[in-house]
Design a protein around this ligand. Structure first.
Ligand code: ASP
Length: 371
């Protein structure tokens, strides 16, 4: 057999059986969890918790849910769970979904109100029903039947941010219903939003008011996705979010959509997302990433390919894409992992915990902002 022939055969073989690259696992950590970074070290804490639960013999879905519960219950993360920024009516609506790899079961809730840990409700849908996705009033009734307590999810900080946003809304004459009346002294009309807030909330710290103004003009969003794998190679994933700030009531992004905000196939690996949900749904992002890996791509290639499809939907026009943030978190069955973002960022891109070592790492990216 000539060398040329055997090399060709090897190339053809790899193309014909792309799973070979996946099956040929190198030594991987026994326990691994990866997630979005999130503020206040939320991602690192979530991954550390997930690995701790798995090491103690816990199921992989219980583990990743215990991890993201930390972020859901933290009022300082205003993109997830308690303290999440509300919809345009000032009501917090949460979305969550999960996949249990070994049983291949899935559950999700969308636009659920008054429950701090929607990820746990999604898990109850997976475990206790033959349905997969409950929304709104029905999801809340289900959660209450399952023993979850209704609670107010709005914090003082998120309420002020919502009021600041309402005050920022103006009609075409520059008037807002949420500012001083038309008969108020003109000087007051000239005041900026920050001055209005200082006057109306004298007891609130300046940093909170300044952040509320920023959020009014640049509605923030955020989410946590976490994927875990134990020493047997069993995998699970969960995504949970309060979605886009100031959304129309009932809006669900990608997070509760299985195949969009997360996807996992026990034979291949898992993926999840954070960022502009609508753009992710247009490429069925998480599913696309996992299918790319099934066909032989590495986690990095798979995620960047999905991001290229997002860019293609904008005809690769970077000016329009500038408004889009989107990231994927990917864990392949052989332990290889990555996060990939549409835009380069200096902030830590994602969190990972291998065995006992939790840390933040940089994401790879598709595009770099110029200037
Ligand atoms: N993906 C979430 C959504 O669109 C928000 C985010 O991750 O920033 O609802």
């Amino acid at each position: 057999m000539s060398i040329a022939f055997s090399r060709r055969a090897a190339i053809l073989g790899a193309a014909a059986f792309p799973m070979i690259r996946i099956v040929k696992a190198q030594s991987r950590p026994k326990f691994i969890a990866i997630s979005s970074a999130n503020r206040n070290n939320g991602g690192v804490n979530a991954c550390a918790k997930a690995v701790e639960v798995m090491k103690a013999g816990g199921d992989t879905l219980d583990a990743v849910i215990a991890g993201v519960n930390i972020v859901e219950l933290d009022p300082r993360d205003n993109s997830v769970g308690y303290g999440g920024l509300p919809n345009e009516d000032g009501i917090v609506e949460l979305d969550a979904s999960c996949v249990h790899g070994p049983s291949r079961r899935m559950g999700a809730v969308g636009a659920i109100r008054n429950i701090k840990t929607p990820s746990k409700v999604a898990q109850r849908v997976l475990l206790d029903t033959d349905h997969m996705f409950l929304v709104g009033e029905g999801a809340l009734r289900f959660a209450k039947a399952e023993g979850f307590e209704e609670e107010n999810l709005l914090t003082e900080e998120s309420r002020i941010a919502w009021l600041a946003w309402k005050r920022s809304l103006r009609d075409k004459n520059g008037h807002t219903n949420w500012g001083p009346g038309l008969d108020a002294p003109p000087s007051q009309q000239k005041h900026g939003l920050l001055e209005d807030l200082r006057r109306d909330f004298p007891h609130v710290r300046e940093a909170i008011l300044a952040q509320a103004v920023d959020y009014a003009y640049n509605p923030p969003h955020g989410t946590i996705n976490c994927i875990g794998m134990n020493e047997k190679g069993e995998m699970s994933t969960v995504t949970t979010t309060s979605g886009m700030a100031w959304k129309i009531p009932g809006r669900c992004g990608d997070s509760p959509i299985i195949g969009g905000g997360l996807w996992l196939d026990q034979d291949v690996g898992g993926a999840g997302s954070t960022g502009r949900g609508e753009e992710n749904l247009r490429v069925a992002g998480a599913h696309t990433v996992v299918e790319n890996m099934r066909h032989g791509m590495s986690p990095k290639e798979a995620a960047l390919d999905a991001l290229k499809r997002v860019a293609r939907n904008f005809d690769n026009d970077e000016k329009r894409l500038a408004l889009v943030e989107l990231s994927f978190y990917v864990l392949r069955k052989d332990g290889e992992y990555c996060a990939a973002s549409l835009w380069k960022s200096d902030a830590p891109g994602f969190a990972v915990c291998t065995d006992g070592h939790a840390r933040a790492e940089q994401a790879v990216y598709l595009l770099e902002r110029k200037g």
